[in-house]
Design a binder for this molecule. Structure first.
Ligand SMILES: Nc1nc2c(ncn2[C@@H]2O[C@H](COP(=O)(O)OP(=O)(O)OP(=O)(O)O)[C@@H](O)[C@H]2O)c(=O)[nH]1
Length: 202
């Protein structure tokens, strides 16, 4: 009897879970207990770039959960939004979301998107890419209408937008992978998983 391949997503992200489920993968969810702020603060203080910090966090989440579930393939991911020399976190509430978007409007921000797979506590694979997103210089009346339409779902997103939803109205231009922007570099991840006979047989 071949060993059943167990797949676990070490993430609380509804977007990451949606992307994997819609690709037909069957998986459990076990969010990682990681103090992201502490790791970001330490790495930023040591001069690490956003992409390296996102990789480190993705690996930490995957390896920590895979130590608890040693026979599973565990996916960890992390996204860092950088605008100017500021790193943004998910907004705490709608007022923060409004302030977030006022500081991003009319500017280009970068998203570092990292994903990692671990098994038995060891990182097997990691991948990182970046996207550049240019927001329109919208006025506050537009922003109020956007917030009313988009609602509190945007609090689950580091940029206070869901590109696949009303967030599309915010942008003049996006450069980068759509799935990565939503939180998961899906195509390289599916490639890796198929190589381990997880997902659709090659
Ligand atoms: N639906 C959606 N979510 C987005 C978008 N852009 C960023 N996100 C989400 O923003 C979040 C980035 O924050 P992270 O700290 O990497 O992840 P998290 O949501 O805290 O979840 P963990 O993996 O448990 O750390 C992720 O959940 C991404 O899926 C988008 O355009 N659409």
């Amino acid at each position: 009897m071949p060993e059943e391949k167990v797949l676990v997503l070490a993430s609380q992200s509804p977007s990451r879970a949606r992307l994997l489920a819609r690709a037909g993968l069957v998986f459990d969810i076990q969010p990682a207990r990681v103090d992201e702020e502490e790791v970001k603060h330490a790495m930023r203080g040591a001069g690490a770039a956003a992409r390296d910090t996102a990789v480190a966090l993705a690996e930490l989440k995957a390896s920590r959960v895979s130590r608890l579930l040693p026979s599973a393939f565990v996916i960890g991911a992390d996204q860092i939004l950088e605008c100017g020399d500021l790193w943004f976190d998910k907004p705490a509430d709608m007022d923060h979301a409004r302030a977030h978007l006022l500081s991003l409007k009319g500017r280009t921000h970068r998203l570092a998107n990292a994903v990692s797979v671990a098994k038995g506590g060891a990182v097997l694979w990691r991948y990182v890419d970046e996207a550049r997103l240019t927001m329109r210089n919208f006025d506050e009346a537009f922003l109020d209408n956007y917030l009313a339409l988009a609602g509190e779902d945007i609090l689950t997103s580091v940029g206070a937008y869901q590109l696949e939803g009303p967030g599309a109205h915010l942008f003049a231009r996006i450069e980068g992978d759509f799935f990565s922007i939503l939180g998961l570099p899906l195509l390289p991840l599916l490639d890796f998983l198929r190589g381990h006979k997880i997902g659709i047989a090659a």
